[in-house]
Design a protein around this ligand. Structure first.
Ligand code: NAD
Ligand code: LMR
Length: 329
């Protein structure tokens, strides 16, 4: 019996994400929470002939029943970017949305695996961690920033360039989830670095780092990536369910607190130093969430040059999230 709650379930990501989750035989209860429209979304999805029960909960007074007893909570709640905005510009609105949802999870589902999609992920994950600490229920192995869209984009863009079927191209993407903090490790992709010129590698790295902006620009004020994010969010959540509850060995890059596996994180810390508490790293998922943090592996000199910019930006983003909770009543 696995209960998955989607917070922000009526939104651009929330609806297609919920549709994809409804297709999984691994989920027994799909709980949909939003401040608007979830009764309709839930009624609609509940007619699909897969086994999971679907319930809709709307507004703060129904948040407890939505989240209580969840095994997994996925949070795509909050506002998306418009052209000209950075993800950090969303902090003002999204920080308190994520803080309040995390507070409900800490109270009513303290053991849930938390999958954070709301931007700025670099800061919202530390917010969730600080809220859980405040409530005395913090376990760094159970809180994840969902950076899967960066991995999905990397395999699509690199696959297109080297003429490989995109889903077969596995590229680690480490760091954070915003522009220069997104660090695709193309030198480790079998068959890619030999086929690509340094100029092509630089160009595709930049495209992966700014893939979100490509969508924001094309949507021209109507939001950011929703469908590809729903695909990526469902991939992450379902992989987590498979690994945590059904014994499957799965490795995904995800933004976690490096204390989740102090020993395993040593390899990453050799590259980034001790300043950052959070970083997206390859994680072996299992019954406890983060079972181990795996090495990020060797970097090309080009990749190494990207790291210092990323570390400086991430440091500020993490402090902003942590301080926000410390300063909240
Ligand atoms: P959207 O505006 O279409 O949907 C957001 C939903 O959140 C809305 O239905 C809204 O009612 C709901 N919401 C607002 N406040 C809430 C609250 N307090 N509790 C519950 N629900 C609440 O936006 P979207 O396009 O779905 O994007 C959502 C978020 O995901 C944005 O912050 C966006 O930047 C982020 N995002 C992250 C990634 C990633 O890779 N991690 C990718 C794409 C988008
Ligand atoms: C993305 O990478 O598509 C998301 O983070 C949304 C955005 O604002 O770009």
């Amino acid at each position: 019996m696995v209960k998955v709650t989607v917070c922000g379930a009526a939104g651009g990501i929330g609806q297609p994400l919920s549709l994809l989750l409804k297709q999984s035989p691994r989920i027994s209860h799909l709980s949909l929470y939003d401040i608007v429209n979830t009764p309709g979304v839930a009624a609609d999805l509940s007619h699909i002939n897969t086994q999971s029960k679907v319930t809709g909960h709307v507004g703060n007074e129904q948040l407890k029943e939505a989240i209580e007893g969840s095994d997994v909570v996925v949070i795509p709640a909050g506002v998306p970017r418009k052209p000209g905005m950075t993800r950090d510009d969303l902090f003002k609105i999204n920080a308190s949305i994520v803080r309040d949802l995390a507070t409900a999870a800490a109270k009513y589902a303290p053991k849930a695996f938390m999958c954070i999609i709301s931007n700025p992920v670099n800061s919202t994950v530390p917010i969730v961690a600080e809220v859980f600490k405040k409530h005395g229920v913090y376990d760094p192995r159970r809180i994840f920033g969902v950076t899967t869209l960066d991995i999905v984009r990397a395999s699509t863009f690199i696959g297109g360039l080297i003429g490989a079927e995109p889903s077969t191209v596995a590229c680690k993407v480490v760091g954070g989830h915003s522009g220069h903090t997104i660090l695709p490790l193309i030198s480790q992709v079998p068959g890619a670095s030999g086929k690509l010129t340094p100029e092509q590698i630089e160009k595709v790295t930049n495209r992966i780092q700014f893939g979100g902006d490509e969508v924001v620009k094309a949507k021209n004020g109507a939001g950011s990536a929703t469908l590809s994010m729903a695909y990526a969010g469902a991939r992450f959540a379902l992989n987590l369910v498979e690994a945590a509850f059904f014994g499957k060995s799965i490795v995904e890059c995800t933004y976690v607190q490096l204390d989740a596996d102090k020993q395993g994180a040593q390899d990453t810390k050799r590259v980034i130093g001790n300043e950052l508490q959070y970083f997206s790293v390859p994680v072996a998922l299992g019954p406890n969430g983060v079972e181990s943090i795996l090495p990020i592996g060797s970097l090309s000199s080009f990749e190494q040059s990207l790291f210092s910019k990323a570390v400086a930006e991430l440091k500020g983003n993490i402090a902003k999230g942590t301080n926000f909770v410390a300063e909240s009543k």
